[in-house]
Design a protein around this ligand. Structure first.
Ligand code: ADP
Ligand code: MG
Length: 154
């Protein structure tokens, strides 16, 4: 993957979505890895994680609107027409979870062990033990009313 450690500054939500969209166009399923690709998105509330994921889903070819799953923890969307090769996109928000056991209940271990899955996790700290080596870490920082710094680590 061409994304090493890269920092972007976006000036409005549309630019953040666009960046998500572009990243989605560069990800590829790696069947041999035996793992899902995980995007771990950290940063304060309102830093733009969900906006980024909305653009990301669009870039994967998902037509449905992706809303924050905060109250349901996880949502799954079929990936139909993507060159990425992934079959399912999981959007997980751990903000309201205080225990990794809640994720185990959702069979999260199976989700991250399936290379057909691409998994975006907001507030990923609690979920870290379920991630393999196939992780892109994204940090979101608020630097102004509409400015956000987004750092991607591969
Ligand atoms: P998070 O999921 O990190 O809590 P959201 O994406 O849900 O954040 O919300 C980000 C909020 O910040 C939205 O209200 C959005 O309109 C606003 N915003 C302002 N500037 C930006 C930007 N550059 N990128 C993303 N969101 C922005
Ligand atoms: Mg969010």
């Amino acid at each position: 993957m061409v994304w090493q450690k890269t920092t972007y500054v976006t000036k409005n939500p549309e630019q953040t979505k666009k960046l998500g969209n572009l990243l989605a166009r560069s990800v590829k399923r790696d069947r041999k890895s035996g793992q899902a690709l995980v995007l771990a998105l950290s940063g304060d509330l309102g830093a733009g994680k969900t906006n980024f994921i909305q653009g990301f889903a669009r870039g994967l070819g998902i037509g449905e609107t992706v809303n924050s799953p905060t109250f349901v923890i996880a949502k799954v969307y079929p990936v139909k027409k993507s060159k990425s090769g992934f079959k399912k996109f999981h959007h997980v928000d751990c903000y309201r979870l205080d225990d990794a056991a809640d994720l185990a209940e959702l069979d999260f271990e199976k989700v991250t062990a399936d290379p057909d899955n691409i998994v975006a996790v907001e507030w990923p700290k609690i979920a870290g033990k379920f991630f393999g080596n196939n992780v892109l870490r994204l940090e979101f920082e608020v630097i102004g009313e509409e400015e956000r710094r987004i750092t991607i680590n591969s």
